[in-house]
Design a protein around this ligand. Structure first.
Ligand SMILES: C[S@@+](CC[C@H](N)C(=O)[O-])C[C@H]1O[C@@H](n2cnc3c(N)ncnc32)[C@H](O)[C@@H]1O
Length: 289
């Protein structure tokens, strides 16, 4: 019988994985193979003959990924805005969509020297750490209430600081306590947030419904329980003219902008789409009232 090569298994894996595109499936298969073989994806040799143990291990990882286990929970890492972050079971794996939230936030503090920034619902710390990486003059606070996730955020913060990024401060606690935790009142230039926003009864893919932490995905009966906390907290944290950018997904393309406008705390409210044109996040500028 012909020996099994890495190329055979990568082809098999790409068929098994239900990525949104064949290119994504192939990339995920390569990342899993890199995890098994200890090489970077770029160093993979398709002609390499795999022993039985490596074949079983790679097939097991591919099978778990096909069931919906997040790729980051299998590889232990996630890329976000040019950073490699440590992730694992118990913490939300950052999504590429959230890079648009980061980009909007960065744009809003373009002309602000030494901006003060708060990342609410920080998870692994992805958004706050990426902001600190791209804006070394920023003072960044990350707020996360789940102890497991906060631990990942602290680990990532320590790693990024060791690599030379400006250190960020991770606060463990709820978004509703962000003012007390950070000591900021009317002083932040920017609040970024990617809170849980799915209604509790929404049907979501297993990746989100079974494998990502429940408190990272579901936000009460209408999905907006934590979003409301974020809006209120941001109103207290931001200086007049400071900006809130909050991710909320396609279900809330009308409700969250309305929430911001009706609060009376935000003007210049707008909702922006993701790469496919679905509502993704809203932003508003803190009023003086
Ligand atoms: C969708 S995840 C986003 C994580 C990270 N910002 C990212 O983009 O990858 C939402 C995060 O909010 C946290 N969270 C949920 N409710 C919270 C609350 N009331 N206060 C603070 N964090 C909360 C969850 O534990 C989870 O880590």
């Amino acid at each position: 019988m012909r020996p099994t090569t890495l190329g055979d298994l990568l082809d098999e894996a790409a068929l098994t994985l239900r990525g949104t595109t064949p290119a994504e499936a192939r990339q995920e298969a390569e990342e899993l193979a890199a995890r098994v073989l200890g090489d970077g994806p770029a160093g993979l040799d398709r002609e390499r003959v795999l022993d039985g143990r490596a074949v079983r291990r790679l097939r097991d990882l591919v099978g778990r990924r096909a069931e919906g286990v997040p790729l980051g929970h299998l590889t232990g890492q996630a890329a976000f805005a040019g950073l490699e972050l440590v992730v694992g079971p118990g913490v939300f794996v950052p999504r590429v969509h959230s890079e648009l939230v980061l980009a909007a936030g960065r744009e809003s503090v373009d002309g602000v020297a030494g901006p003060t920034v708060v990342d609410l619902c920080a998870g692994s710390g992805a958004i706050g750490l990426a902001l600190a990486h791209h804006r070394p003059d920023a003072r960044v606070h990350a707020v996360e209430f789940d102890p497991v996730a906060a631990d990942f955020a602290r680990r990532n913060a320590a790693r990024r600081a060791a690599l030379g990024d400006t250190a960020i401060t991770v606060h463990e606690g709820g978004a509703d306590r962000a003012g007390a935790l950070t000591g900021l009142a009317g002083a932040a230039d920017l609040v970024l947030a990617n809170p849980p926003f799915m209604p509790d009864t929404a049907e979501v893919p297993d990746e989100f419904g079974r494998y990502q932490p429940r408190q990272a995905v579901f936000g009460g009966a209408d999905g907006l329980r934590v979003v409301r906390q974020v809006v209120e907290a941001a109103a207290g944290l931001l200086r007049p003219g400071g900006v809130l950018v909050v991710e909320h997904g396609h279900l809330h393309g009308a409700t969250v902008p309305a929430l911001l406008r009706e609060s009376g705390w935000f003007a210049e409210v707008s909702c922006r789409p993701d790469h496919e044109g679905w509502p993704l996040y809203s932003s508003g500028v803190r009023t003086t009232s």
